[in-house]
Design a protein around this ligand. Sequence first.
Ligand SMILES: C[S@@+](CC[C@H](N)C(=O)[O-])C[C@H]1O[C@@H](n2cnc3c(N)ncnc32)[C@H](O)[C@@H]1O
Length: 193
Amino acid sequence: MQSTQFNELMIRLELLGIQNDEEVSDRKKKYLNITRDTGELFSVLVKLIKPKNILEVGTSNGYSTLWFAASMSEGGCITTIERNENKIKEAKANFLESGLNERIEIVAGEAMELLPRMEKRFDIVFLDSDRDIYEPLLEDIIRLTASGGLIIFDNAISHRNEFDSVMTAFNNNPEFTCSLLTVGKGEFLAYKH
Ligand SMILES: C[S@@+](CC[C@H](N)C(=O)[O-])C[C@H]1O[C@@H](n2cnc3c(N)ncnc32)[C@H](O)[C@@H]1O
């Protein structure tokens, strides 16, 4: 996809996200997308790290997935997990329109069941789902991250009180170098040595 067309799609998704999330009260129907500045940060990180494989937990309509996919090099693949069937349908349509669908694998299901069964290692792991699964899945999240890989948690400032144990676990683990960025809703980064 030409960058102009990609930008048009992303701007359309941003407007849809703002409008939809203001109008609907049912949380399951909200998109809850990352902010544009977070997407731009992800683009820079992907270009620096040059990941072959990315794992995302929480696809929604695919807005954040597209930021990652658009910045990956040829041959790279992002696996994204989503349990809501309607969101999966919308994400698939957006992936098709972007022309980036070849490098995106969407896995339907519950992350609590899927992550413990996964074997592949990922160069970036992005967590943007219900936050109560992060602590019970911490060992799997670390196991699935390659050495030299990066774990990113969204909402680390907007929902700071829900991150105490996760941040403490990473900050106290000598295997990781961490940083909390005041970008978007707050991005907690944990680099695995
Ligand atoms: C904040 S939204 C993701 C937004 C998306 N990353 C973006 O920026 O465009 C969270 C999504 O995660 C999904 N989700 C939440 N908990 C999940 C879980 N335990 N397993 C699978 N999907 C989950 C929800 O259905 C929702 O679509």
